[in-house]
Every structure is written in C-alpha cells, then in structure tokens.
Design a protein around this ligand. Structure first.
Ligand code: MRU
Length: 382
C-alpha cells in the first residue's frame, strides 16, 4: 500500500493503466479506500474486473469504458495459438460477463461494442486468432489514449464558459479519477485554472457513497483548486445565498433528445439551478450519448444495495430492516440543461437536432432507435 501522502504529490493521478505487454494486467487506484488510503489494485482476470467495476473500485463512465476494454484483453490474452473462431467465442463470453457489471454508464457498452467490432473486422479479413488478439490490444490502447485526448478537448471547450473568479458547484466525481484523462466536468475547471483564471468549487458530498467528499474534494485539493465541501442538502442554500455562478456535472448516459443521466441528486441540483437562474452545464464525450434511445425514460437506472444507505462505511445509521430505495442515478430533462460540452464543441440548449448534427459533423454513424427489450444495460440489472 502506498502512503496517502505520496499520492498527494503533484504527479497526475492515473486511475488505471495496462501493465506489461501480453500477457499483462490492469493496475487501478482502489477508489473505495480514498481519500484515507492510496492502494493500487492489480486486476488479472475478467471476474476480478467485473468485481472491481461493480464495487466501484473503478467508477465514472469513461473510466468504466476503459476498464471494460482492458477487461476484454484479460479474457482473451491467454489464447495463444487458438483459432479465430475460438478467440471470437471467448470474446463474446467475456463481453457478456463484463456487460453485467453495471447497467447505466453507456461507455461500458460503447467500449465493448468497439472491441467486438474490431475483432469482427479482423476476423472478416481472415486474421488468425493471434492477430485478432493483437488487434484487440491496439484497440484497447486506442480507447484509453483517445479518452485522454477527449478530456483535454472537453476541458478546452468548457473553459471558455468559465470566467475569472467563477464559483462552480459540481456533483459526484467527474474528474481524473472518473476517466482515462483529466476528467469530464472537472476538465474545464482544471483547464481554466491552468489558464490563470481564479476558480473555486463547491463539491456536493454525494450520498450515499460520497464520491464528492472522498474523490472530488481529494483530487481538486491535490491540484490546488479552492474547494468547499457541502452536504447535498446545502446546494439550494448556497445558490440562494448567491455563492454559485454555474453548475458543471458529468454524465453516464445522454439520450438522443439531450436528457442527461448522472449520479442521483443531479436532477435536484438542475431544478435548483433553474429556480435560481444559474446555468447548468454537462460535460461528456460523444461516447456517453446513447443514440439508440429517444429520451431519458429508457435509461436503465442501477439500484444499489440497501446497506450502502443504512450502513455507510460499516456503521449502521438506520433501524435494522428499514426499507430503502437507492437508485444510483437520475435523469435531468434536456430543458434544464444550458449546454453540453463535448470534445467537438458546446451544444447550447441541446436538442435531438443539435445532437444529431454534432454526430454527423464528427463523421459518426447514427444508429436506429432500439426496442425497449434491447436497450443497452438492461441485462445488467440485478
Ligand atoms: O457511481 P459512479 O461513481 O460510477 O457515478 C459516477 C457519476 O455519476 C459521474 O458523475 C459520471 O460518471 C460522470 S462522467 C466522469
């Protein structure tokens, strides 16, 4: 275990990385222990990766996508000398297992689809089993490195929205711990600070798992950004007191009409922001858009175990056998969103028309809408 102080040095936090060549393994920050312990976890099997994603050792939509891509490598890397058919069968089985780890962040399914498409096009070109595995290694590395680059680009676009002296409220953690790079929602904040703007952040603690307190406060303070932690139920009051200029959050899935799914509590913050005339921005890569669903009502919302609410961090705070409802995410209607910052620019007052145009401009195919049974993530609901 690394001492927490050495993790507080100025080096950028790398949430996860592939170690070694082939065979290799994934090294990731064990996020459930932050901010009091900094442990780097070694993940060597698909089951360990599914467990790490489900436990939130690695979390945040883009980081889950990168983890899933590396999870595919863990499933196929030992198949040296196998036929192309054997590799493809193992790939499918691995993707099916990874797809059941968490249901809501669409980046997970996006990464698995990219890995599968890569293998299929290699197989269609008569590649051997080893060649298909080689192509999958390249694809996973490309998913990770393009996520880094995407974060930088979202940071540059989003920083244009941030004026010198801005006081920003954020919810959950959408920073470097949640991505393969500098973050989604926190990327414009880091970029604005690098540009010399004075920025300060109110971080919602984000019940029940406290990603805001444990992770956002940790990484912002480590980066030297002025940070004030507030309980979730303080958000309305700090707005009422005139202490917040803008809200910036990330997203786990955005529907074709611009409805935004993010950590539970985001919807309340968006309603409060509208009431107080405060702009509410979302920062998300195009990989977070699910163009197969027309609106946010189709997004599968993960429900977490009741113990996370009744026994947070090992201490019971509610009567035994108390009934609990614990959705991990909510959906903010597009009409409450001032803009979505993507790697290709800012979509102001996002509509399906603007989102489809952004996809076309980026040269991305727009898939057909799916029937309800086929929505990505429904098989993962426990
Ligand atoms: O349950 P988590 O911690 O994976 O939820 C993460 C979030 O809701 C983030 O806000 C989201 O992934 C934003 S993108 C970095």
């Amino acid at each position: 275990m690394t001492d927490i102080n050495s993790a507080s040095a100025n080096s950028p936090l790398e949430t996860l990385s592939w170690q070694g060549g082939r065979p290799g393994h994934v090294q990731m920050v064990e996020q459930t222990l932050l901010p009091t312990e900094f442990l780097e976890l070694e993940v060597r099997t698909v089951d360990e990766m599914v467990d790490a994603i489900y436990r939130l050792a690695v979390r945040g939509a883009p980081a889950i996508g990168v983890a899933a891509a590396y999870g595919v490598l863990l499933g196929v890397q030992d198949l040296t000398g196998s036929t192309a058919q054997e590799v493809m069968a193992s790939l499918k089985e691995t993707c099916d297992r990874l797809a059941k780890s968490r249901p809501t962040a669409v980046n997970l399914f996006w990464a698995l689809e990219r890995m599968s498409a890569c293998a299929e096009s290699s197989a269609a070109a008569s590649a051997s089993g080893d060649e298909i595995i080689g192509a999958l290694f390249e694809e996973a590395a490309s998913i990770h490195s393009s996520d880094k680059d995407t974060c930088q680009r979202m940071g540059a676009h989003g920083a244009e929205l941030i004026r010198d002296g801005a006081r920003i409220l954020t919810h959950c953690n959408a920073g470097s711990l949640a991505t393969g790079g500098m973050g989604t929602a926190l990327a414009p904040i880091y970029t604005a600070a690098q540009q010399g703007k004075r920025v300060s952040v109110y971080a919602d603690e984000t019940r029940p798992l406290l990603q805001g307190a444990r992770l956002t406060a940790f990484e912002l303070m480590r980066a030297g950004i002025e940070t004030t932690l507030i309980t979730d139920n303080t958000a309305g009051w700090v707005m009422r007191e005139g202490r917040v200029d803008m809200v910036i959050v990330g997203s786990d899935r955005i529907a074709r009409n611009g409805d935004v799914c993010n950590k539970i509590g985001t919807y309340s913050v968006a309603v409060l922001a509208r009431e107080h005339g405060i702009p509410f921005f979302v920062v998300a890569p195009l990989s977070t858009f699910d163009m197969t669903i027309a609106d946010g009502s189709r997004i599968p919302i993960e429900e977490r175990p009741s113990e996370e609410v009744t026994n947070p961090f090992g201490r019971r705070i509610a009567p035994e056998d108390c009934k609990v409802y614990s959705p991990a995410f909510d959906v903010t209607p597009a009409r409450l969103v001032s803009g979505i910052v993507t790697e290709v620019g800012i979509l102001r007052n996002p509509t399906s028309y603007a989102i489809e145009a952004a996809f076309k401009d980026a040269g991305l195919e727009i898939p057909d809408l799916l029937d309800s049974g086929a929505v990505k993530g429904t098989s993962a609901l426990r």
